[in-house]
Design a protein around this ligand. Structure first.
Ligand SMILES: [Zn+2]
Length: 393
């Protein structure tokens, strides 16, 4: 059935324009959260709230199992370079069948489609034997999975299935690589730079380890679906009494992308083996920091986000394919994401069967002139409605 009437479609597009026009960089999602909650109330969601974390939670259905989670993030990255945009990043301009703006694909489009897809079920009076939660989360961009985890724990929500609405070009997504932020700190001995042989240069030790990481990268595991693990040293600093002293401390950050089979312990042990081989004195830690939301809620972020993958034979994947086929008229391709999402928590950490599906294209995420196909918004909304019924069938 066609879940969206022409007037629903018009309202969905207008709603996405509004969402694009409300800036919501990570940490400043308050105004967007209010607008989202207001629209959900207007569309008849029986339960809507903004929780302590600042996430928007909507609930429909009977209250029984199974429980399906629809997950999307409200934050966007900042505009990196205004001069590279030919459209207003906060304009929500429509040109032909495309809507432009920061977050159009990643992922205000997905939020709008999820809300309208679930609202269509309400409007049609569809009988929903289980429970459906929609959660719009804060701060996914810097720390995927963590704000979602905080809300699910605070609210005592235990989903049986999760659907992540990040842009998938209307493919069903089976997983993506995980990531780690690793800090390596080398320790040496300071001395006057005119007699370097009297000290131990922490930058030299760091250099040897960094070179070892670069060489090691070719040997990382390669997964047939998710691809190869990778490492990039992206930040470095040293501490020295002066520029004319041998530095005793040097720290650098490794962005490590993990494929299936690459665990936290494995990634740390690999770097440790280089440190031992080089005879360096170094500390290797997973980066940690405290995040704070716009509501003042704080939580600890530890930068270990595991890879995840769900097999094609899983009933959730099959239900997703059937739902998409019913709307699109064909079985959409399966795929994996290059970027990381809240799936690192749902499936990677909590073991909740998860698929990804959303309007928009991954290639536009974080890119100038970000855009979304308006027709994808309608299709995604209808697929979301069908997914609820297929999963609960
Ligand atoms: Zn995203």
């Amino acid at each position: 059935m066609a879940w969206l009437s022409p007037s629903d479609q018009k309202a969905l597009v207008n709603f996405l324009r509004e969402l694009v026009q409300i800036p919501s960089p990570s940490g400043q999602e308050g105004a967007l959260a209010q607008r989202l909650a207001e629209e959900m109330e207007r569309l008849g969601f029986p339960e809507v709230k903004v929780d302590k974390v600042g996430n928007v939670i909507g609930k429909i259905g009977s209250g029984n199992r199974p429980t399906i989670l629809f997950d999307g993030h409200m934050d966007t990255v900042e505009v990196a370079d205004y001069s590279s945009w030919t459209r207003d990043p906060y304009g929500g301009e429509i040109d032909g069948r495309l809507l432009y703006g920061l977050g159009a694909s990643d992922m205000k489009g997905g939020l709008a489609s999820m809300v309208y897809g679930l609202a269509a079920l309400i409007k049609a009076g569809a009988k929903i034997p289980g429970t459906v939660y929609f959660v719009g989360v804060v701060q996914e961009e810097p720390s995927e999975g963590t704000a979602l985890k905080a809300s699910l724990q605070e609210e005592g929500i235990m989903p049986d299935f999760a659907i992540v609405g990040e842009p998938s070009s209307l493919r069903i997504i089976q997983g993506h690589r995980g990531r780690m932020g690793i800090i390596v700190t080398t320790k040496g001995k300071a001395c006057h730079a005119s007699a370097p042989e009297l000290g131990q240069n922490a930058i030299y030790a760091a250099s040897r380890i960094i070179f070892g990481i670069e060489l090691m990268s070719s040997q990382f595991l390669n997964d047939a679906y998710l691809g190869k693990g990778s490492a990039a040293v992206t930040w470095i600093r040293s501490e020295s009494p002066s520029r004319n002293a041998v530095p005793p401390i040097c720290s650098f950050y490794v962005d490590r992308r993990l494929t299936l089979g690459e665990t936290e312990a494995k990634a740390l042990a690999e770097i440790r083996s280089i440190v031992i081989r080089e005879g360096a004195n170094a500390e290797i830690t997973v980066n940690e920091y405290e995040a704070r939301s716009y509501t003042g809620y704080t939580w600890k972020v530890r930068e270990y986000f595991p890879a995840w993958f769900i097999p094609q034979t899983h009933p959730l994947v099959q239900a997703g394919l059937r739902a998409a086929e019913r709307v699109l008229g064909f079985k959409p391709p399966l795929g994996c994401w290059k970027f990381s999402t809240d799936g690192v928590y749902t499936m990677g950490e909590a073991g909740i069967p998860t698929i990804g599906f959303g309007p928009g294209d991954e290639q536009w995420a974080h890119s100038p002139d970000e855009r979304i196909r308006i027709d994808d918004l309608f299709a995604a909304a209808e697929v979301y409605a069908e997914m609820v019924l297929e999963i609960m069938r």
